[in-house]
Design a binder for this molecule. Sequence first.
Ligand SMILES: O=C(O)CNC(=O)[C@H](CS)NC(=O)CCC(=O)C(=O)O
Length: 310
Amino acid sequence: MNFCLNTQLSFPYKFAVVSASTGAGKSIPMANSVRIAAAQMTSVNNLAVNFATCSRLVKEAASAGAKLLCFPENFSFVGDLEGESLKIAEPLDGPIMKGYCSLARESNIWLSLGGFQEKGSDDAHLRNTHVLIDDNGNIRSTYSKMHLFDVDVPGGAVYKESSFTEAGKDIVAVDSPFGRLGVTVCYDLRFPELYQQLRFNHDAQVLLVPAAFTTVTGQAHWEILLRARAIETQCYVIAAAQAGKHNDKRESYGDTLIIDPWGTIVGRLSDRSSTGITVADIDFSLIDSVRAKMPVSKHRKPAEFWNRSV
Ligand SMILES: O=C(O)CNC(=O)[C@H](CS)NC(=O)CCC(=O)C(=O)O
């Protein structure tokens, strides 16, 4: 086993990051860290095709030593026509989710499924639900997207997510081998208060932001927003993205990113429109050192400070 030494200069002081390599070119995570991966894909309106893609990416992630693979919003289906998503929406104990639970169990890997079309409270609505599955195939948490994308994208399409989707109301943070995960979806990214809650009231260390950003807004805002969330919360951010043309009407920006708590991009695919994975090690000592050197949790004003009558 040989050791490769790479010194990360992104922090205000030099520190050596030593990662062991197996000699076969595959490094293994440092002592106080764990390997994760984020997937990028172009989901289509075919459940079996998307499941096959996800299965292939799971194998890639597992062979890279990742213990968690994060998939983007709409991983299992992107509708072509109006209402197609509603037709395939299922409950969490339906065949679609059962298939992904088996995939997690058989591959011995945790899966973050960034936006499952979960059957809603009536036939006209679904929930856009982020499902976290452990490596035994058990559902560990579900979070339904809180902020719905009702937006007239400048120079792009008009979206009305609330016309077919019910908004979630619950903030979800869950303990895992990858730290305490703050669970969100896509458009939530634009609402910093959710991430402030996840960090400061729910002790999140790693924020999950699976998405299907439009090409117009992705070009303008995707990386900036993600790096801002990582910096202001001092958390890792794992942002698995839909990429490329889903059909003749819909295209996603892509650019799957993994960002460390200092705001440094530590994972990215070279082609933001390709299908594949990017891998990074969650370094818990980096989270602790960033937070110790810049104790924003001690410096921030309490809620009552802002609500006081002046
Ligand atoms: O369509 C679905 O099934 C799931 N929902 C989505 O993918 C929605 C559109 S309806 N997309 C976004 O939220 C993109 C946000 C975005 O692009 C931004 O915030 O800039």
